[in-house]
Design a protein around this ligand. Structure first.
Ligand code: NDP
Length: 315
């Protein structure tokens, strides 16, 4: 082993509710877990405003606050929470190898993957151009909405995320136009009803984005089309928000783990076990059905228990 190589009993990759819960359980089981936080410490919930449906918070809690509390709870039991981005893995041998920041090599008895999922974009050239320029395209209203105070914005999507973000933006912005590609919402009834009853949110059904318009630096509007009539029109806007779902962060595992067609890790039903012995998965990286903080936390617990039992059976 070189100077850069370390051996750990339980390595946890990712710091959302799944990763931190796995860390709490693994630490209390004396597995001395090391957790790498990744590029978005706290995971997706740090971009969520109010979490109203996590049991134990009758008055709600903000996403970032809840993540800090989970981190504190994991550290209370001496989980080793570190900054760092896992860039490569090698699960081909009996020792699972993981590289952090393309540099540090870690040899792990067990690995718990809790890498979650990332926001999807439409993929239009104009969307990507203004996204890269930082000129008015965003997939996180909570992070960026502040910059559009008293301005007009457009948001794409019809799920719970889009409704939550539209609602959030409506409190900051003069007007929010919501583009829904079908003639109905995917979101839960309560979330859709809130959006529908908000005065400064205009909902355009059967409507898709044709082009994000701009002056070369900043977004100035969005050209949309009705997918029933093909009619096009332009909506003036300084912000274009995309809230159309997420992609699991599993690319680095694809040579070793079984993934479904979207990239979600396939686990043994009713367990957190992957097809590689000693490698477990929790949270949204394997869950395209529930995708909730509380289910992620539940599977984080399962992964730590499965890892502990797997180690005990080997010893
Ligand atoms: P979803 O997959 O639920 O919804 C994605 C939405 O984006 C759908 O309405 C879909 O349209 C639309 N969409 C996808 N691709 C495009 C496209 N190319 N152009 C236009 N529209 C598109 O993702 P969410 O992120 O909203 O939610 C993920 C999970 O998280 C869900 O289970 C949700 O319930 C949960 N969640 C819960 C919250 C809460 O309870 N506080 C808050 C946020 C999320 P279509 O319907 O036509 O397929």
């Amino acid at each position: 082993m070189s100077d850069h190589t370390e051996k750990v009993k339980c390595l946890i990759i990712g710091s959302g509710p799944a990763g931190y819960t796995a860390a709490i359980y693994a630490a209390r089981a004396n597995m001395k877990p090391v957790l790498y936080q990744g590029t978005q410490p706290g995971g997706q919930l740090t971009t969520t405003n109010e979490v109203e449906n996590f049991p134990g918070y009758p008055d709600g809690v903000t996403g970032p606050e809840m993540m800090l509390e989970l981190q504190k709870q994991a550290e209370r039991f001496e989980a080793d929470v570190r900054d760092g981005w896992v860039t490569k893995v090698d699960f081909s041998g009996s020792t699972h190898k993981v590289w952090v920041n393309n540099n540090k090599e870690i040899h792990c008895d067990t690995v718990i993957i809790s890498t979650g999922a990332s926001a999807k974009y439409l993929g239009l050239d104009s969307e990507q151009k203004y996204l890269k320029l930082g000129g008015g395209v965003s997939a996180c209203a909570i992070c960026d909405g502040f910059f559009y105070r008293n301005q007009e914005v457009v948001i794409v999507g019809a799920g719970d995320s889009a409704c939550e973000e539209a609602q959030y933006l409506s409190k900051l912005c003069k007007k929010v136009t919501m583009l829904v590609r079908r003639n109905e919402f995917r979101a839960s009834k309560i979330m859709a009803a809130r959006v529908k009853s908000t005065k400064n949110i205009e909902i355009l059904f059967n409507t898709e984005t044709d082009e994000v318009l701009g002056d070369g630096q900043l977004v100035t509007g969005v050209r949309v089309f009705n997918n029933q009539t093909n009619d096009k029109h332009e909506i003036p806007a300084t912000g274009f928000f995309v809230a159309i779902g997420h992609k699991p962060n599993t690319d680095i595992f694809k040579n070793y783990l079984k993934l479904d067609e979207t990239g979600y890790i396939i686990n043994d039903p009713g367990t957190s076990k992957t097809n590689v012995d000693g490698v477990f998965v929790s949270g949204d990286a394997a869950d395209h059905v529930y995708r909730q903080a509380v289910t992620a936390a539940g599977t984080g617990c399962m992964a730590a228990l499965d890892a502990e039992r797997w180690l005990a059976a080997k010893e």
